[in-house]
Design a protein around this ligand. Structure first.
Ligand code: SF4
Ligand code: SF4
Length: 201
């Protein structure tokens, strides 16, 4: 049965509000010394979520608390309150962040109910969603996409690779307004970050 007919027969069914749903990736609590972190997410006894790839090598020195990792949202713009149009750019990801991002627009998460819409060109975009580590061949397309966006525009970094370079790479050199930690972040945590950017929550 198609999604359309299923929806008509059963009514609209989506996940609960992201705040009730986003349980992973979890914040980690430092319980003891650990020096083998592949991304140097632990420094001087402090844990940095934007650098963590949640490999769990550090257990039991660092343990999950069960509290969701919170996105860093540096700005809120009421112009986006009714609609936020997003354009994704993959500058060198493993594909994991892309899969989670795609789920935002599935019937289950349905980000459009929050006024978040996917667009096919940066010319129509309010927010650039960046994933992956910076590879040489993508530097030009990234600049072109940023230049093509109308003002006001925001940049959202999705995942540890874009936020900090992950295990092997380097992050894109951009002025980021939102950072969503995780490897990959859950669809619910991405929605939560975008809703905070819109000023919804
Ligand atoms: S989970 Fe992995 S990346 Fe994160 S702090 Fe622990 S060792 Fe480092
Ligand atoms: S953050 Fe993790 S899931 Fe996302 S692109 Fe990097 S390695 Fe892949």
């Amino acid at each position: 049965m198609s999604w359309f007919l299923r929806g008509v027969r059963r009514g609209v069914r989506t996940e609960k509000e992201p705040e009730n749903n986003a349980t992973w990736p979890s914040q980690l609590e430092v319980k003891g010394e650990f020096s083998g972190c592949p991304t140097r997410a632990i420094r001087e006894g402090k844990w940095e979520p934007g650098k963590c790839v949640f490999c769990r090598r550090c257990e039991p020195n660092l343990v999950p608390t069960g509290n969701t990792v919170q996105p860093e949202v540096k700005t809120t713009n009421s112009l986006f309150r009714k609609s936020l149009h997003v354009f994704p750019v993959d500058v060198g990801s493993c594909g994991g962040c892309n899969v989670e991002l795609k789920l935002l627009f599935s019937p289950q998460y349905d980000a459009t109910r929050f006024g978040i819409f996917l667009v096919n060109t940066p010319r129509h975009a309010d927010a650039l969603l960046l994933m992956g580590v910076m590879v040489e061949g993508m530097e030009g397309p990234l600049r072109e996409a940023l230049d093509a966006m109308p003002e006001p525009k925001v940049v959202v970094l999705i995942g540890a690779c874009a936020a900090s370079g992950g295990v092997l790479g380097r992050p894109p050199e951009v002025n980021a307004h939102v950072v969503v930690p995780g490897c990959p972040p859950t669809p619910a945590s991405i929605i939560q970050a975008l809703r905070r950017l819109k000023g919804d929550v």
